[in-house]
Ligand binder design. Sequence first.
Ligand code: SF4
Length: 477
Amino acid sequence: MVETVAEGRVRPRGRSVITWLRRLESATRPVDPQTREAMSRRWAELPDHVRTPAQTLGRIAVGCEGTHGVFPRCNLACTPCYHSRDANRVAVNGAHTRREVAAQFAMLRERRGPRAHAQLIGGEVSLLPPEDHAAALQIMRDHGREPMSMTHGDIDYAYLEQLATGPDGRRRFRRLSFAGHFDMLMFGRRGIERPPDEASLNPYRKRFADMFATLRRDHGVHSFLAHNMTVTPANVDQVAQVIRDCHGYGFGMFSFQPAAFVGDDHRWHETYRDLTGDIVWEQIEAGVGTRLPYRALQVGDERCNRTAYGFYVGERWFPLLDDTDPADLRVRDAYLRHLGGLNFAGRSVPLLTAKLVRVAATHPSLLVLAAGWTARRARRAGLRSLLRHRIRPVAFTMHSFMDAADVAPAWAAMQRGQECTEPRLRATQERLRACFYTMAHPETGELVPACVQHAVLDPVENAQLRRLLPLTPRRSA
Ligand code: SF4
């Protein structure tokens, strides 16, 4: 009950109702004002050539983030490997990981706004004891990040269980995101030290995905899984079959990384430059069995990233947006204008619904667009198939890192405020400016593209870490 005691004054209960309504209004705002501000800043920084109607940076999100120097070591060997040579000479140290993750994400939160997707990445994440791994994820969440742990996938269910549930056996995460990296260029996996081909890794891919299904069954922990794969001339002709064989395993994303000359040059064994993005993408399309319309939504620069979002119904894949269909492009434009910045990850269904209802109430024409889009998707997929099969969202993406030999001089020139004129270096600078994958350096206040981290900064950083965290601790005198 609200009682007025004098003009302009209300009793505490009245104030609490007003406070509650204010909180409700704030919580159901479609886009957080700080997120909107951070996205506007990102959009303003983007070079002109990527400010296209399809661009998502600065309109849906600020981009992805990743850690560096927090656990550089890995216990598998890859050819190629983008880690610098010293990475494997740095001891894993949970206290160091927690400290660095906290510092890097405090900076990312301050400079890039309250929400982003972020990768807990470095060497092999499962070399961290589960408690330190869980603490790092929690730090990232506390900074508004939706974390994804990057692993080679050679892990045991017991590790996952300890990560998800904690020492008291109680669930500590309702949802985990993992990317498992599987390809025949990785050596030392238990049970298959030197994979003869990609197909021989399928049981390991399946086992990895199955562990998360078990985790959900045993502890109610949901998961999002990505499948990562490096592509070189040695395995490019097997990409299509990997997709055909594994699309139903439970991965929500298949990500392919054409190899670049970056990291440890002892592990460069092939002529990666024979491989173009078009060749790899053709193989991905062959595996999916249809054209992948990656121009509907662009993430940064097309030379760095292609992504096609869609879903399987049975064995057939359908795009969420067809980049040749004007009606779909109108949906895309309306989404970017009115829903860009709305964060779906980690939100409860009632809260998301409330946000969407507010948007629809202000822009009722969106409902007409949404109805048309749904009808088109249903027509394409076929009602009978939709009734027979579950819809499985699966995205396909290709991320093409750049060679260290290009990134180093291009970045050095950018630091001096110089534009490169040599075409290859000019293209490198354009891509670095449109980068969607950022790493933070609290010690210098710099935010850098991951290409710069791996090509320029990692070697120095890991040499320092090697002294700070030696594999064999020095004896005190
Ligand atoms: S990390 Fe490199 S390849 Fe990836 S988006 Fe950034 S600049 Fe492009």
